[in-house]
Design a protein around this ligand. Structure first.
Ligand SMILES: [Zn+2]
Length: 121
């Protein structure tokens, strides 16, 4: 497991909120982003919200990584030691494969968390 630094309470809350039937496993892909004018900084994911065109430019494929909702692991195009190139996606949020399969789908989350050795009595 790669969840060493994640607060147990955060895991519980996130897992409780996840509507697991909405998530499907797929390759990560870039999404449109809003870039701050006169910079290269794409600071916001664009999901159709209104934005100030004097402040931002819309960049197709400008959103070049996401983070797992549970462990904040990076998901992006190029897989490497720090980045996974596929995961579970519900149309908005990403959850990495290990969090989804080992925590969200866990039959008994509490014993999983115990096994992680982080539940304090
Ligand atoms: Zn994760």
């Amino acid at each position: 497991m790669k969840n060493g630094n994640v607060e147990i309470e955060h895991i519980r809350e996130m897992v409780a909120e996840v509507e697991k039937e909405k998530f499907i496993f797929k390759n990560w892909f870039p999404r449109p982003g809003l870039k701050e004018k006169n910079t290269d900084f794409v600071s916001r994911l664009y999901i159709g919200q209104s934005y100030d065109k004097n402040q931002f430019d819309l960049v197709e494929d400008g959103w070049i990584n996401d983070h797992c909702e549970i462990c904040i692991k990076t998901l992006g195009e190029e897989e490497n030691e720090y980045v996974e190139s596929s995961g579970y996606f519900d149309g908005v949020d990403w959850i990495c494969k290990s969090c989804f399969e080992e925590l969200v789908l866990a039959e008994n989350l509490e014993s999983k968390l115990n096994a992680l050795g982080k539940v304090k009595e």
